[in-house]
Design a protein around this ligand. Structure first.
Ligand SMILES: [Zn+2]
Length: 218
């Protein structure tokens, strides 16, 4: 029988063979990867296969952004002793967004030092999917990338996306650059992802940050 990991999204395994992953031996690695890069379906699969024993220890060892970890344990993991048993359904969370080609090309061409030249292979960089956010955050990204470039630290951005309604930028870089990135992720909570006007994080329909005009509808 195939392990449950064979049902996870294949792009989570860009650098290893999916069939060779032993979930029992690699649970921490697997959990980190699913929480940071996984889709909603991956989170549900993970939830169903978390070990009962040693879970608290596993949770304490995870190297993932606190927002991802908290959201998982509170809303998905099914641990009411931690959360107060809130439930969120899939529809309120998943909505794809993409940036126009014009803006995408502008960012890649203006800040070449932040991205690998060859972005064709998802095993090397998830920037092969472009900027997975709406055009309303274009100016925000432009300003963030300008500051990262000016800082001059080695920095490779590996993924830009929207998660739970706010901006996420994954990068291999210095602490100083991380601080800049966090600042812009926070600022995205106040800017409409569609149009760039002042916005609010909305959690009653989709999780999205929008202005009044772009309130998401189901
Ligand atoms: Zn708007």
């Amino acid at each position: 029988m195939k392990p449950w990991t064979s049902q996870l999204s294949s792009d989570l395994f860009w650098d290893v063979s999916q069939d060779s992953v032993d979930p029992e031996r690699s649970m921490r690695w697997l959990t980190e990867r699913v929480l940071v890069r996984g889709r909603w379906e991956d989170w549900l699969l993970l939830k169903d296969h978390l070990p009962r024993e040693g879970l608290a220890e596993l949770a304490s060892q995870l190297k993932v952004p606190a927002r991802e970890a908290n959201f998982f344990w509170l809303h998905v993991g099914g641990y009411p002793e931690l959360s107060g048993s809130l439930t969120v359904n899939r529809q309120t969370i998943v909505k794809e967004s993409t940036m126009t080609n014009q803006n995408t090309n502008y960012l890649f061409q203006s800040f070449p030092s932040l991205f690998p030249e060859d972005r064709s292979d998802p095993r090397r960089t998830l920037m092969c999917f472009g900027f997975e956010v709406g055009d309303g955050w274009f100016e925000l990204l432009k300003e963030c990338f300008s500051r990262l470039t000016a800082l001059g630290d080695e920095c490779e951005i590996t993924q830009v996306k929207e998660k739970w309604g706010t901006l996420r930028i994954h990068a291999d870089t210095s602490r100083a650059a991380d601080k800049i990135i966090t600042e812009y992720e926070e600022r995205s909570r106040l800017i409409c992802e569609e149009c760039g006007q002042p916005g609010t994080l909305r959690t009653d329909g989709w999780y999205r940050t929008t202005c009044e005009q772009h309130v998401p509808t189901r």
